[in-house]
Design a protein around this ligand. Structure first.
Ligand code: PLP
Length: 274
């Protein structure tokens, strides 16, 4: 396995990042997960725009997108596979313990791992913790994912693959690694970005293609929803057929099935041609 580290390809086995990297010591970093099919990255330009937005939000220098593109291409060429996930990690770089970000320059790592297509349906749970829609990191894809790790562990304990958060005013927000859509009275809704959710790329495409409304929703909309689905780079559009202890059928409902169909059809055109 070859990875990209600060300007060149290396063997993943031997590649080393300093134990004093600010990304490791204080979570001072941003990341992207990008789907790649047969060496072609999905929605690459959108991911690179979001990487830049997240970096700016954290006060990191803008990533060199020419290098990022070269790195993605090199990693994809060096590790052929049918379906993979590219992981871009961009951190504040090396600085002594207890100090502010140093001037050694950022660290860029691009890795790839093989992945499977997700099942069409899954279970999700709600968790008692909140997303802070007014926090400094709201909407940024930072490596400070500890809260998501804890919430996902809670979901796993309950045989679910995703945990859903409300925000500080009790509005439905998002999952640990996905956005959420609900069908209420036959209409498709998803929380707006001011709920504090990440500007998911799959979310944006689904809003555009499936005509979802961006609506402030209370968390208990999940109790009333006729259908629920999740969107993310690795899930695409995935039905939720159990929310907490409530069963919502045993497969995607009609609105979800249609959103899945449209997503599969339209997204085929958005793979990086290279
Ligand atoms: N929300 C969070 C917190 C995420 O980490 C992710 C995906 O990484 C998403 C939503 C979905 O975003 P995307 O569709 O761009 O993968």
């Amino acid at each position: 396995m070859k990875i990209w580290l600060n300007g060149g390809l290396q063997d993943a086995e031997g590649a080393r990042v300093s134990v004093f990297d600010h990304g490791l010591t204080v979570g001072d970093g941003v990341f992207e997960t990008i789907k790649a099919e047969h060496g072609r990255a999905f929605a690459l330009t959108r991911h690179l725009e979001r990487l830049t937005t997240s970096a700016r939000g954290l006060g990191l220098p803008d990533p060199d997108l020419d290098e990022v593109r070269r790195g993605c291409a090199a990693v994809l060429d060096a590790n052929p596979m049918a379906l993979g996930r590219l992981r871009l990690t961009y951190t504040g770089g090396v600085s002594p313990l207890g100090s502010d970000r140093g001037d050694a320059g950022p660290t860029l790592v691009i890795a790839l791992s093989e992945t499977q297509r997700r099942p069409d349906a899954t279970a999700a749970v709600t968790v008692p913790w909140t997303r802070n829609e007014r926090g400094a990191l709201a909407g940024l894809k930072t490596t400070s994912y500890g809260e998501n790790v804890v919430a996902l562990a809670r979901a796993r304990e309950r045989d679910a693959s995703e945990a859903l958060f409300a925000n500080t005013v009790g509005a439905l927000c998002e999952g640990t690694g996905s956005n959420v859509f609900v069908v209420l009275d036959g209409e498709l809704h998803t929380p707006p970005l001011h709920s504090g959710c990440l500007a998911g790329i799959t979310r944006a495409l689904t809003v555009a293609w499936a005509g979802a409304k961006e609506t402030d929703l209370p968390l208990d909309a999940l109790e009333r929803a006729e259908e629920i689905f999740l969107t993310s780079t690795l899930r695409d559009v995935q039905a939720v057929t159990r929310i907490d202890d409530r069963q919502l059928g045993d497969g995607p409902g009609p609105v979800t099935a249609e959103a899945m169909r449209i997503f599969d059809e339209q997204s085929a055109a958005d793979f990086d041609p290279r």
